[in-house]
Design a protein around this ligand. Sequence first.
Ligand code: SF4
Length: 379
Amino acid sequence: MMPSSLYIHIPFCASKCYYCDFNSYVSTGEVMDRYLDALDIEMGILSREMNWEPLQTVFFGGGTPTMFDTRQSERMMNILHRHFRLAEEAEISVEANPGTVNAEKLQVLREGGVNRLSFGVQSFHDAILKKLGRLHDSLTVYHSYEKARQAGFSSINLDLMFGLPGQTVEIFSDSLRRMTELAPEHISAYSLKVEEGTPFAVWQERGKLHLPPEEDDLAMYNLLMETLEAHGYGMYEISNFAKNGHECRHNKVYWRNEPYLAAGAGAHGYVNHVRYVVESSVPAYIEGCQAGKRPVVEQEAIPEAIRREDTMILGLRMLEGVRFARFQERHGIEMRDLFGDITSRLEQRGLLVRDEVGVRLSRQALPIANEVFSAFLIS
Ligand code: SF4
């Protein structure tokens, strides 16, 4: 299977959020220019060295890709189009943060073919945004969202978080209400996970991070599902909701365990059953590209046994689940011959639903999805 998706990592942010372990740095415009020089080289090599089909999906993630100014944003789009051919109706997404877009920049992105914007809103409660170390406030969300609409973006995702310090179910409910009033086409909502090496992890260890109790976290997730369903959003993945026709095609490639190319510092790709990781340090990445090669620091061939498990674990994240026919076609073996015992056990516990086309998570399994996924780790 040849890749027809490309992820491009832009590792710059205006400041570092206290919970963030993504590969992102606060940097200068001059470094960003040199990063784009390097990306130009890497993308050129990538497009020549790899076999790929006209791209169906492209995702500029970060970091904050809209940290680039208008000229740099135009360059970012030119680099993509110079090295890669895109399929008609390709989905091109760009992650943005409230307060980092203006009319000119958005125009340049639109002209470059970007048709999907994703804003990291996280909360509409200013005190909580401060606790997260976010730079924007709720008013900025409204301004940036309005600018995106004025620029003609008709597919917008807003990210929301729950289980945050100082957050009650009522506060989360208010953020949800304000988000649905804005009526974006797509909403992604994640529970906070305290990651090692972040200020939050340090504060947690010192007993200074006060998170809501587990039952509130669960109540927020249930409220999320009920509210978005009532507002016409289809839940298509355990954390993702979309209006009709606005599911993120790029992310579905990951969940279907299909191949994708990746470029940029710290990016992860998956091609020919090999997962690879690009150098994450920006200076080392730039140096590697200047030397005329892709600065790939890790490559791991994924054995067939692990690929089968991945197909189950990633596929069950989607509410459509894993289809028997697709599994057979991908792996040359029936799902029931490999995982029949496991799926039966989970079905008996009410955690999986099986019908004539495949298996999927039951409603009651959604809050404990990780427990279901771990049952498929057999190799
Ligand atoms: S804006 Fe996003 S990528 Fe940047 S520091 Fe905050 S969470 Fe991390």
